[in-house]
Design a protein around this ligand. Structure first.
Ligand SMILES: *Cc1c(COP(=O)(O)O)cnc(C)c1O
Length: 350
């Protein structure tokens, strides 16, 4: 059957009515890629859900398509969000598609270049503020309360509804839930949405079990792990540079109910995993996404992920989003004379 987008495919599971406009950029339907080399090395079946192949390069499209469709259904013609990057790229794209206005507030200087380029090229009204994400979100909430403009951050419940469809796809592909689900945690919307998705599928007898969920925060930005607000969160993984997560309580509930946990990973380990994923599996994901692999490796080492089990790591965003992180973490390329002998020497001596 021809794929017609997430709202059509999972209409029975979404808060969709006859009045909901059909909106899609053919988001979702992303590949579950087996990590053949890493699976062999560790004796664990490791799969990556490559959400970086969504239309704007991150999982945010799953929730945004539903949030924007519902905003239009409810008569809105202007959406707003605060964003570390991917939410703004996604909101801007769907607003363009639906011919409505989009305003995005970003923390200045802390946004990956590809994401900023996207918000601008899709025509959003981009406002950079001297402040962090949490401060930007406070302003956006106030504006949405006072004026006729729809908030599309993950406080908007339709976002999580759309995002839960990734769990459905994983079960549809594997035939059941994996033993473990590993993913980055920023505002903790995604971890909440995945848990919702697996539970709904269990209830509908589409799967027979639920995964143990391991969420990961960056060490310099781990409010849930340390149970305190981070007023100055810092990490190379800018997509999860969140000091006061919106879905904080939900994240703890998921960890508890699934017998998993939320732990912290250093930037050093994130960068190692970022390079390892590309080098060993040919998959380029942005730093925040690679915390999934760093976390999987840590859990294997601790014996918490058992040999012979099945693990799914969520790769939330595409590596091309953040070219600076790649360039800054690999060997510099120096140019030399365009000479056959010299080039031959280098190629065969590497
Ligand atoms: C938004 C985002 C996250 C964090 O998701 P939350 O729902 O905020 O926990 C992780 N990785 C990427 C690439 C993102 O864009």
């Amino acid at each position: 059957m021809i794929y017609k987008g997430l709202i059509k495919k999972y209409a029975a599971y979404l808060p969709i009515t006859k009045a909901t406009p059909s909106l899609t950029l053919l988001e979702g339907n992303t590949p579950l890629i087996k990590a053949i080399n890493l699976s062999k090395k560790y004796g664990v079946s490791i799969y990556f859900k490559y959400e970086g192949l969504n239309p704007t390069g991150s999982f945010k499209d799953r929730g945004m398509v539903v949030a924007v469709a519902k905003a239009i259904e409810e008569g809105s013609n202007h959406i707003i969000c605060a964003s570390t990057g991917n939410t703004s790229a996604s909101a801007a794209a769907y607003a363009a598609r639906a011919n409505i206005k989009c305003s995005v507030i970003i923390p200045s200087g802390k946004i990956a270049y590809g994401k900023l380029a996207q918000a601008l090229i899709y025509g959003a009204n981009v406002i950079a503020v001297d402040g962090n994400f949490d401060e930007a979100l406070d302003i956006v909430k106030t504006l949405a309360d006072k004026y006729p403009i729809t908030l599309v951050n993950s406080i908007n419940p339709y976002r999580l509804q759309g995002q839960k469809t990734s769990s459905f796809e994983i079960v549809d592909d594997l035939g059941d839930s994996p033993d473990y689900l590993c993913l980055p945690v920023g505002n903790a919307g995604n971890i909440t949405a995945y848990w919702m998705g697996f539970n709904e599928y269990l209830y509908k007898h589409k799967c027979t079990s639920l995964p143990t969920v391991y969420g990961f925060q960056a060490k310099g930005s781990c409010p849930i792990v340390e149970n305190r607000i981070f007023t100055h969160p810092e990490t190379i993984a800018t997509a999860i540079r969140i000091g006061n997560p919106v879905n904080w309580d939900n994240a703890n509930k998921v960890a508890k109910q699934s017998k998993g946990d939320i732990t912290a990973i250093t930037d050093e380990k994130i960068v190692e995993a970022y390079k390892l994923l590309a080098l060993t599996e040919g998959i380029f994901a942005e730093p925040a996404s690679c915390i999934s692999l760093a976390g999987i490796l840590q859990k294997i080492q601790l014996g918490e992920i058992k040999k012979g089990s099945t693990v799914v790591g969520i790769l939330t965003g595409n590596g091309l989003k953040d070219p600076d992180s790649a360039i800054n973490n690999i060997k510099k390329v120096e140019s030399i004379a365009c000479d056959e002998k010299k080039i031959k020497e280098i190629i065969f001596n590497e």
